[in-house]
Design a binder for this molecule. Structure first.
Ligand code: HMG
Ligand code: MG
Length: 299
């Protein structure tokens, strides 16, 4: 299969990245990060989450962040919403696109959202209906698609089932999350082969955490399978609070560099993205997590 000519990058750094930070980060600093990312040309930014502040304290200020970002035309600013309470808070904050998140592993579902996979899907049905009535678009996530921190191997057929249910209930796109980054390119291709029989490939996205250093290879493997939407995190920020030891998503800068090299258009400016990543790295007192940024910055 030939490679796609255009890829949409979904920047999840402000949400998937920062949700894992223990140190306090001000609303102003989060706003600056989001604004830097839209200035770099990203057309989709996951800004925050409307989840329980007891579960994920860092996302507590998401409504303020939404109120203060400089929203640009043509850019989607999205938030995670695990239930109706989250959707209502997101709508109240003026959010026009949300994401629901389920899992392919029962144990992870319990740890992350305190309910079974079946309960979560049942909860999403009225959420999607309310979102539709309010003109809010809904994206879906499936976590643990290539391994679970509690259950180990995950059967691709289970991933396909959950992805199919999210898609048929109205999620316009389903992002396949390698939450703990254990996937390898061959398994990624096999997964897309199985899931692609239940959900069209142009409705799937890849979301690869880089814990085992496989994420960029998995993005390439997915491109070969016709996937053209990838979630990534500036400077590789983050992890999941309910997947101990998992590192951040693949660095957006590294994905962009590879896509540029393949002649695939994204509309994102690499230098501006590197500057955004370096600013947040310095603010967090962290080494820059992008190999490309480190090379370019001589670090
Ligand atoms: P629960 O305790 O079962 O919820 O948590 P509940 O309905 O029984 O309510 C208990 C309390 O939570 C109540 O407050 C509610 O008001 C409050 P209290 O009366 O005790 O003061 N509450 C809320 N507060 C704010 N916003 C809400 C909300 N809902 C209830 N939306 C719940 C269930 C889902 C809320 C909880 O488990 C939760 O917030 N989990 C979020 C976990 C999370 O955000 N994880 C990280 C994101 S997922 C991820 O990173 C993976 C991904 O990147 C893909 C991948 O990598 O695989 C997407
Ligand atoms: Mg994630």
């Amino acid at each position: 299969m030939s490679l796609p000519k255009h890829v949409r990058l979904v920047e999840v750094g402000p949400r998937d990245g920062l949700q894992n930070e223990r140190q306090p980060i001000s609303v102003a600093d989060k706003v600056r990060l989001v604004d830097d990312l839209s200035a770099a040309g990203l057309s989709y930014i996951e800004v925050g989450s409307f989840v329980s502040p007891k579960w994920v304290p860092q996302m507590a200020g998401s409504a303020e962040v939404f109120a203060q970002i400089g929203q640009q035309a043509g850019v989607t600013y999205a938030a995670l919403t695990p239930n109706m309470q989250g959707l209502e808070a997101a709508i109240e904050a003026g959010v026009r696109e949300v994401a629901v998140f389920g899992a392919a592993s029962e144990a992870f579902s319990q740890k992350n959202i305190n309910c079974s996979i079946g309960e979560s899907l049942a909860r999403f049905v009225p959420l999607l209906e309310a979102a539709r009535v309010n003109g809010v678009q809904v994206r879906g996530y499936v976590s643990c698609v290539l391994g679970c921190p509690y259950e180990g191997e995950v059967d691709p057929a289970r991933v396909a089932q959950v992805a199919h249910e999210l898609f048929t209930m109205g999620c316009y796109e389903v992002s396949l999350g390698d939450t703990i980054g254990t996937g390898t390119p061959g398994k990624t291709r096999q997964l897309i082969d199985v899931v692609g029989r239940r959900v069209p490939r142009d409705k799937l996205a890849g979301h690869f955490h880089d814990t085992y250093g496989q994420a960029l290879a998995n993005v390439y493997a997915s491109l070969l399978e016709g996937i053209a939407v990838f979630d990534s995190s500036v400077t590789g920020l983050g992890g999941c609070p309910y997947a101990k030891g998992a590192s951040g998503n693949v660095a957006s800068e590294d994905v962009l560099y590879m896509l540029n090299g393949l002649g695939i258009d994204t509309g994102v400016d690499l230098d501006a993205l590197i500057a955004a990543g370096e600013r947040i790295s310095q603010l967090l007192g962290r080494a820059n997590g992008s190999r490309v940024a480190r090379a370019r910055l001589g670090q």
